[in-house]
Structures are given as C-alpha cells and as structure tokens.
Write a protein that binds this ligand. Structure first.
Ligand code: SF4
Length: 334
C-alpha cells in the first residue's frame, strides 16, 4: 500500500511579527487613550502539504510571507498558531532528540550564499563542519567526504582549500548546496536560491537541483518570486499573496488554467528571456502594506475584476477542480 502521509504538513499556520502594547501605553489606555497592539500577519492561517519526493513551488511577490513560511517549515521560526507535522507526527510534541533529527532532515538553501558562508572558513571546513558536529563524520575523513560532496554538486576537488570570496556566484551556490547536502537531508527548502544568479548560471543550478532530486530522492519546497523559475521543476505550485494562499494546484494545471486573477497577473508578467537579457515586469499596482492589508480579498485594490463584495468579504480557498484550489468570489457563481 502507498503511504499517503505527507512528508511535511503545515496546518493552519499563522506567524505574526510586531509589538504588543507596552506598560506605559496600557496605563494611558486606562485614561482613555486608544493604543492597540501592532502586528503584521506575515503568514495567516496557511495550510500546505509536501509529499515525499515532491517539488512544490511557493510563489509570490516580496512581502507575501513565502520566506517566513519557508523558515517555519525548517524550524527557524515557531508559529503563533497552527501545527507542523513531519511524517504525520506533530513536530512540537516530539522529544528534543526527535526534533533535532528532523532539523537535520530539513535543510535550507538561501538566496545569498555569500552572506550565509563564513568568509574565514575554507570550503572543506564549510561543508564538513555540521556533519562532524552532529557525529555523522569522523574529522579524519573530512577530505574524502568533502571530495565526494564536491563531485555531487559539480565543483572541482582543488576548490576545497579556497575561501568563499575565491568562488564565483554560481560556484558559491553550489558550495551552499553541498553544505546543505552534507547532513543527508530528505527535504530542501530553497529560498530564492537562484534569484541572484545570471540567467545562464540560473539554468545550470536549476538543472543541478533536478539532478540531485533524481539521484538522492530529495523533496523540495522551492520559494521564488518568479513563476518562470518554478515552471520547469515544480510538481505543484502554491501562490501566496499578503500572507494567504490564494491558489494551489499541479504545475500543469496552474500554467494551463490559472484561476485566481493574481496568478493570472503573475503569469502574464512572467519574465521574458531574450538572449542574455531578462526583463521582469511586476504585477500592476502597489503591493499594499502588510501592516494595513486591504479588507476582504487582500488583492481587491489591484484586481481588474473586483466587485463591491470583494472589499467586504474574504473569499474562501476552495476546490475548483480535482487538486486545484483557488480563493476568489468569481468562482462562487460557477
Ligand atoms: Fe479579484 Fe474579487 Fe477575486 Fe479578489 S475575490 S481576486 S478582488 S474578483
């Protein structure tokens, strides 16, 4: 029987940042002032599931909460509400030892590997530090281990003795990937992992991700502002806007039959690659401040189909076709 339990499930996750009213303002409130808690809901009641060996693309403009969701998925942040499940087990109810094991299984790859690499550490130490620390590797075997990791990510073995500044952008990305792979993860959360690279290098690194998926049976949550980047890798695509999921479906379904006006806008503005130049046209209209999101459907001030109801009532994310969910009032009449 096939195990249908997702590898990772985020259920009703909410994460807010900000400040509750301090003591002085609480006292002033007693005398009639009206100071309220100031919160930004970076992620608001989001549920996402990722099956084992699946690639899920998480897409949205900057500030939509996708990076926060990635950090919640790897355990760098704790949710304020909702539950995270790993292989069906509630992560927050696991013992510390079990949680540590999960943290090793889920690794994050960042947009700017340079910022996340220690400039004073040679590449060989960068990729072997974590496995030695976690008792997965004996220090005397680090060179052989690093060599095999370098081969996996397409770096020449002689680069092991170099420092991060001696690598090109694409090579540094590969080094970041090697470091993540060093602890034998099952799940990689890639946060804008190719956004800082030139188009031709981007394609090479995306190919490497796909090669590693095939070789190592990896699962990915691939976070990007660019639908074009996830187009060729994602089995499923989740679209976020101002902290909420607005559409979700298989890659084939989303690219052939996008339902939500925001997804349609992202698709129509998808970067066009002409020779080496890549032009990116953002979706029309300003991204509203997450401090004061628009009422009802958060997208209504930018939506060409907005109706009076859209400003009053938040649409519900519901199934519009098998495996395809969207949150738009336009679907209510269908
Ligand atoms: Fe546009 Fe209304 Fe649908 Fe929101 S609910 S996407 S404003 S039509």
């Amino acid at each position: 029987m096939i195990d249908q339990t997702p590898l990772l499930a985020l259920d009703g996750i909410t994460k807010r940042f900000g400040q509750p009213v301090d003591l002085a303002h609480r006292l002033l409130n007693k005398f009639g002032a009206n100071h309220a808690d100031q919160y930004v809901y970076a992620v608001n009641d989001v549920s996402v599931q990722v099956a084992s060996k699946e690639v899920v693309g998480l897409v949205g403009e900057s500030g939509c909460g996708k990076s926060t969701l990635g950090r919640l998925a790897v355990g760098l942040l704790k949710p304020d509400a909702g539950t995270r499940f790993w292989r069906g087990e509630n992560l927050d109810k696991m013992t510390e030892a079990e949680q540590r094991k999960v943290r090793l299984s889920v690794q994050m790859i960042f947009q700017d590997p340079y910022a996340s690499l220690n400039p004073r550490m040679r590449a060989v130490d960068t990729v072997t530090e974590a496995p030695i620390q976690h008792g997965l590797l004996a220090a005397r075997e680090k060179k052989t281990f690093a060599q095999s990791l370098f081969a996996k990510v397409g770096l020449a073995p002689e680069m092991m003795e170099r420092y991060p500044h001696q690598f090109s952008g694409g090579q540094r990305s590969r080094l970041g990937i090697a470091r993540a792979l060093a602890v034998n993860p099952e799940f990689l959360v890639c946060d804008e992992a190719v956004a800082a690279l030139d188009v031709s290098i981007q394609a090479q690194v995306l190919n490497l991700f796909m090669q590693l998926r095939a070789d190592l049976d990896l699962t990915y949550l691939f976070i990007s502002h660019d639908l074009g980047v996830v187009r060729h890798l994602a089995d499923r695509v989740v679209i976020m806007y101002l902290g909420r999921v607005v559409e979700e479906g298989t890659g084939a379904e989303i690219f052939a039959r996008a339902n939500h006006p925001y997804t349609q806008a992202l698709l129509s503005e998808m970067p066009v690659i002409r020779l080496e130049r890549k032009t990116y046209h953002p979706v029309a209209g300003e991204i509203p401040s997450p401090m004061h999101p628009p009422s009802g459907c958060h997208f209504h001030p930018r939506c060409p189909h907005a109706m009076p109801r859209c400003a009053e009532q938040a649409p519900v994310l519901r199934e519009i076709a098998p495996g395809h969910r969207s949150s738009c009032h336009l679907n209510d009449s269908q």
